[in-house]
Design a protein around this ligand. Structure first.
Ligand SMILES: [Ca+2]
Ligand SMILES: [Ca+2]
Ligand SMILES: [Ca+2]
Length: 286
């Protein structure tokens, strides 16, 4: 049975490009990302030792989980102007698809101001702090991110991170952040990373320390829980108080950057074989 299937598929695929398209029941989901890390600013704005490092480890985690380099837009330091950030968010929304997975990750300063500057009814507004010191409000960012189609993971590493979840989190949009809206977020200069991303992405994902259930795959929630457990005690003695990472949205118990192989393996049944063969062949052809 298995040999017959393979032979049939190879015949179909060789026939014509049209046959390839119609023979594929599901193309691999499109995965796109915007990763922003701002440690060096124009003017007198204080440098941050961890933001560029945050961007690098997030990129590494995405690459290890099937994101293509060409589909990860990196805006680090010099490149992270307000105009470029707005362009990148627009690009992310344009690229998003109902069956796709988008990631928006920010690491940098956050500005908080009273007085409902962006007119969304909040007493306090938070702003992304681009390297050219031209701020982007939480209201503007939330409006853009709410237009994302498909699944999305939004991650903010900064002070008052949770303040950016203004209707962003939803069943298909998982929002995580370094701190509650009334808290600061901290850096680990010795790691060249923030506390939050150092724990969540470097330790949680890349070093595998988040894999609490031991199934060999680290879910976003597992990596987050690793950070949420350790960050408050790591920052307990900070003058402005500890940080407690924030999470909201995302239907179901666990989200994976790339889903783990189901028990029994991908070749455990004929359906699995079919998908595996098609993915493999199409990967080579396209
Ligand atoms: Ca606002
Ligand atoms: Ca807000
Ligand atoms: Ca796991």
């Amino acid at each position: 049975m298995k040999k017959l299937l393979v032979g049939l598929l190879v015949g179909l695929l060789a026939a014509s490009p049209l046959a390839v398209a119609s023979a594929a029941p599901q193309a691999p989901a499109k995965k796109t990302a915007v990763v922003i890390g701002i440690g060096e600013y124009d003017g007198a704005t204080k440098s941050l030792p961890g933001s560029a490092g945050d961007a690098a480890i997030i990129r590494e985690a995405l690459l290890r989980n099937g994101w293509q380099d060409a589909n990860i837009k990196m805006l680090v330091n010099e490149a992270a102007t307000a105009a470029n950030i707005r362009d990148a968010v627009r690009w992310l929304v344009d690229q998003s698809a109902d069956d796709g997975f988008s990631v928006f990750a920010y690491s940098g300063h956050v500005k908080q101001q009273e007085g409902d500057q962006d007119g969304d009814g909040e007493g306090n507004d938070e702003f992304l702090w681009p390297r050219d010191n031209s701020f982007i409000s939480d209201g503007e960012l939330a409006t853009s991110l709410r237009a994302l189609r498909g699944d999305a993971w939004i991650s903010v590493a900064g002070c008052e991170s949770a303040g950016f979840d203004d209707g962003v989190s939803s069943p298909r949009r998982l929002f995580t952040g370094a701190s509650q809206e009334i808290e600061k977020g901290y850096e680990r200069p010795d790691w060249r990373q923030s506390v939050y991303n150092g724990l969540m992405v470097d330790e949680g994902f890349l070093q595998g320390k988040g894999d609490v259930d031991g199934n060999g795959a680290v879910s976003i929630q597992e990596a987050f829980n690793h950070a949420a457990r350790i960050a408050p005690e790591m920052t307990a003695n900070e003058r402005l108080g500890p940080q407690h990472p924030y999470i909201a949205g995302g239907d179901g118990p666990e989200w994976f950057l790339s889903p783990p192989t189901p028990p029994g393996g991908a070749t455990g049944d004929d359906d699995g074989l079919l998908d595996g063969v098609l993915d493999g062949l199409l990967g080579g052809v396209l």
